[in-house]
Design a protein. Structure first.
Ligand code: ADP
Ligand code: MG
Ligand code: MG
Length: 883
């Protein structure tokens, strides 16, 4: 079998598309060599050797040694140097390279092949003794660190001691003798630590380094990284052995890194850094301040150190040319490593460069504009989830951060405001024109209005799926949750961190992307929706099949969603309208009434308000579909809690406080999520559903008249388990429609459908579809009811489940394809069997999660619906799913 692939001098046995076999680095070195770019010759030991090594008790394949020798001969023929030769030695680097770039793997060893004999040969052939010993001491230090696994600190101490003795400030101040002295002391150190001398045999050195690369595939760091990034163990790593080129051969030599475009802004400019008379990792290690590559960047940074463009104009010109060549060859922004040896440019690595979301967007759009990639490819180049970074104000990366506490990054974006400790305060102060941050131990459904009024939310308790986190994400507001280092006393209105205390009106900034709480006002950058963002979104819209709607009930959210491109409302949760300050009293009267007459009286007060809500939503949506869900949550969520609240309701109803208290306790439930909610309310108290249906129909008629385009509301019945439930509620809705039509004399069109959020409904979808004209998968509840996991109580164990691999991801964030997904597929299939044209959508949190959106495309849903701020993410994800 072939275990080794050579490259160099305009030819290579490998190619870029052989990444699985050669690893990323090896495949691209081969490709660059084939392109005729100046790549030091070398060879790649394949990932199959790594697999063989682990499958066979850490033994190499029998043919490997001979193939490595042959490859070394090949490199010798191309370089005119021989590995281990006493006169004209070849030195090599040994570099690991997995398929996916993987921190945690063995570090590179440079200058391998040096020993007490070859160092003298290098000294005389280069005419530079200092360089030879500088390379030797670097080699021993690296080899001792990464192959022999000795403490590198000890070596640094020796080096510093020699510098002191010599009165040297910089590494470069040490002369050849001083460096030779460092080498001697290093060798002593190794001998003492190891009980045997530093290996002098180059072959032993080489196999030591190759073995270290393969061993590092299974080290702790690499294992952890693989687990976190879902990289299978079976992939293995490759090893690259490559002739050394030297950036530390004096002032005409250098080493550096460059991006073909600016990785933080995406601007089309060569961007990078280099160091004169330096080797490999010196640039990243920061031992000296690197210099800019271009003159423009130098000026921009106000640096006094000359750019590569001025110090080595010819090398610079060749680098620019090479960068362009590589970028058009790979059709993507590249991250390059290069070294200059006595004025000659050598390329040591190329790969697709990491970039910020902003840069990804700009680069994708510009590459398409330049004709390097198609518009569809550009759509595929931007990570949908990364758009989140672009859609919220963020903290200016240039400013210093005074972080006073950290918590979970529960909802992205940053916000500044005055601290408030209650939702009432939040509403009041924001009504007076102040920006506020709502700070609470935790939030509950009653805080919705306060959360709306606030710029951002900070809680000291609760996880990523806590009420605060879920609602904030839905609203697109920054939120830091579970900041346990903070103590909040809501009564005393104090926020304490360590010895520092803050109170109402003090200004803080929260960074919901980083989970940080910062003192004072920090400078922000506003998101930009036009420009490249708009262009890419336009391309995405051309590609996608599924529609994207939004979950919204307030006019503000509906407008935001339309700005972000929503094509209708997929879920309007009417109960959110009931929490509004002006209405909660009437809602409470309705719930606490002890007979139908009492309920109807209270509902009559609510009717005009609901109607007005819907008129506004219909107008904003201008003829786009709007799905309205009838009242869903358990009634007790609306109950008055404090004495003052109870007295207020009692006074308004003319009932006794005692009686109300008793009625409230009657409504208590042990498990409200599975209790008296959803269509069960509509069946027990049909007058509630009737009021809502009337409000919807009257609003549709009114909005239709106003805007001139007819409105066809979609009325959605929640928490249906049986067809009979839906039939009963639908009959009430139909009757109400007839009544409103008769009263107004205007025709009204509407459809009635249901949420599929209980496993039984998914299974009985065929018969439910006899009545339902649409299904909307309520995957939040469907996940809860399928897994039997309460979203609100999952925080204590779900993390462990994911860490142990019991679940691949948080099923409330990313749809559980195997379980919940199967129920969705079943319902889709059975629903369509009965009603071929049934409209199908999803309205859980999953509607904005790219993986779940891909699943929705696979099962053929007609639309996804998500919170307004996720609409662009869903548009892009839907497009990518359709590609
Ligand atoms: P990493 O994956 O950590 O970047 P690399 O193998 O790319 O590790 O190498 C680390 C540094 O050593 C880089 O700056 C690289 O350019 C340099 N380097 C690697 N091989 C050689 C070589 N044959 N000659 C000169 N420099 C090299
Ligand atoms: Mg590298
Ligand atoms: Mg539900």
């Amino acid at each position: 079998a072939k275990w080794v692939y050579t490259f160099g001098d305009g030819a290579a046995e490998g190619r870029a598309d052989m990444r699985n076999l050669l690893g990323g680095k090896g495949a691209n070195l081969a490709e660059m060599a084939s392109l005729g770019l100046p790549v030091p010759p070398g060879f790649t030991v394949t990932t199959e050797v790594c697999s063989h090594y682990y499958a066979n008790d850490r033994q190499y394949p029998g043919e490997l040694a001979a193939q490595v020798d042959a490859a070394l001969d090949h490199v010798a023929a191309l370089t005119g140097r021989v590995f281990g030769d006493a006169e004209n030695p070849l030195l090599v680097s040994v570099r690991s390279g997995a398929r996916a770039s993987m921190p945690g793997m063995m570090d590179t060893v440079l200058n391998l092949g040096l020993n007490d004999v070859t160092v003298e040969a290098v000294a005389s052939s280069s005419g530079n003794r200092r360089f030879a010993f500088d390379s030797y001491r670097r080699f021993i230090q690296m080899y001792a660190d990464v192959v022999l696994e000795l403490d590198h600190q000890d070596f640094e101490e020796v080096f510093e001691r020699v510098k002191e003795e010599q009165g040297a400030l910089q590494d470069t101040d040490l002369d050849a003798d001083a460096l030779a002295n460092v080498v001697e002391r290093y060798k002593d150190l190794v001998a003492r630590a190891l009980g045997k001398p530093f290996p002098q045999d180059p072959k032993e050195q080489l196999w030591g380094a190759i073995g270290a690369v393969f061993s590092s595939w299974m080290n702790q760091r690499a294992n952890t990284y693989r687990r976190l990034h879902n990289i299978p163990e079976s992939w293995g790593t490759a090893v690259n052995v490559q002739a050394m080129v030297f950036g530390n051969l004096g002032d005409t030599s250098a080493t550096g890194v460059a991006f073909t475009r600016n990785p933080s802004t995406g601007a089309k400019e060569l961007y990078g850094e280099f160091l004169v008379n330096a080797q490999g990792e010196d640039v990243v290690a920061g031992i000296r301040t690197p210099q800019d590559i271009t003159e423009a960047a130098r000026k921009n940074a106000g640096s006094s150190k000359p750019s590569l463009e001025t110090v080595m104009p010819e090398v610079f010109a060749e680098l620019v040319q090479t960068a362009n060549r590589l970028e058009s060859h790979y059709r993507d922004m590249q991250d390059l490593e290069f070294t200059v040896e006595r004025g000659k440019l050598w390329m040591l690595q190329t790969r697709s460069g990491k970039r910020t979301a902003k840069a990804a967007l700009r680069i994708a759009v510009e590459l398409a504009g330049e004709g390097l990639i198609t518009e569809e490819e550009a759509v595929g180049r931007v990570e949908p989830a990364a758009l989140d970074q672009l859609l919220h104000p963020t903290i200016d990366p240039k400013v210093a951060r005074d972080v006073i506490a950290t918590g979970l990054p529960a909802s992205p974006g940053a916000a500044v405001g005055e601290i408030v400790f209650s939702s009432e305060e939040a509403e009041k102060r924001s009504g007076e024109g102040h920006k506020v941050i709502l700070v609470r131990v935790e939030t509950s459904p009653e805080d919705i209005h306060g959360m709306h009024a606030a710029q951002g939310i900070l809680t000291t308790r609760g996880g990523m799926t806590s009420h605060a986190a879920v609602v904030a994400r839905g609203m697109g507001k920054p939120c830091v949750s579970g900041a346990g280092g903070i103590r909040v006393d809501e009564k005393a209105r104090t926020l304490t961190v360590g010895s520092e205390s803050f109170t109402t009106g003090d200004i803080i900034t929260i960074d919901g992307s980083a989970g940080q709480v910062l003192k004072g006002e920090v400078k922000m950058i506003e998101p930009e929706l036009a420009g490249e963002f708009g262009t890419l979104m336009g391309w995405a819209d051309k590609v996608r099949r599924m529609k994207v709607r939004t979950n919204a009930e307030t006019p503000a959210d509906a407008r935001t969603a339309r700005r972000y491109g929503a094509e209708g409302i997929g879920l309007c949760r009417t109960e959110h309208m009931f929490f509004d300050a002006g209405r909660i009293l009437a809602v409470r009267e309705m719930i606490l009434a002890d007979d139908e007459a009492g309920r109807r009286a209270a509902l009559a007060k609510l009717l005009p308000m609901q109607r007005q809500d819907f008129v506004e939503l219909f107008e904003i949506m201008g003829g786009l579909p709007v799905t309205i869900r009838l009242l869903d949550p358990p009634l007790h969520e609306f109950l008055p809690k404090t004495d003052a609240e109870i007295s207020e309701v009692a006074a308004s109803m003319g009932a006794s406080v005692e009686k109300l208290r008793q009625r409230a306790s009657e409504l208590h439930e042990f498990n409200p999520m599975l209790g008296f909610r959803g269509c069960r309310l509509a069946i027990a108290y049909p007058e509630i559903a009737e009021m809502q249906a009337r409000a919807i129909f009257e609003a549709a008629a009114e909005a239709g008249k106003k805007t001139g385009s007819p409105v066809t509301p979609e009325i959605m019945v929640p928490l249906v388990a049986t067809k009979a439930e839906l039939d009963i509620v639908k009959a009430r809705i139909d009757a109400m429609a007839e009544a409103v039509i008769a009263e107004g004399g205007v025709p009204i069109t509407y459809v009635v459908g249901t949420m599929i959020e209980l496993p039984r409904a998914a299974l009985r979808a065929a018969e439910i579809a006899e009545t339902a004209e649409f299904f909307s998968f309520g995957t939040n509840d469907l996940t809860q009811t399928t897994l039997g996991i309460s979203r609100d109580d999952a925080a204590s164990f779900l993390g462990t489940y994911v860490a142990k691999g019991i679940l691949p991801a948080d099923p409330f964030a990313s749809l559980d394809r195997d379980g919940v997904g199967e129920l969705v597929s079943i319902a889709v299939e059975r629903g369509r069997t009965t009603r071929q044209s049934i409209k199908l959508g999803i309205c859980g949190e999953h509607g904005g999660d790219p993986d779940s959106v891909a699943f929705c495309e696979e099962v053929g849903l007609d639309y996804v619906s998500c919170s307004p701020f996720r609409v662009p993410i869903a548009r892009l994800a839907a497009a990518q799913a359709a590609l």
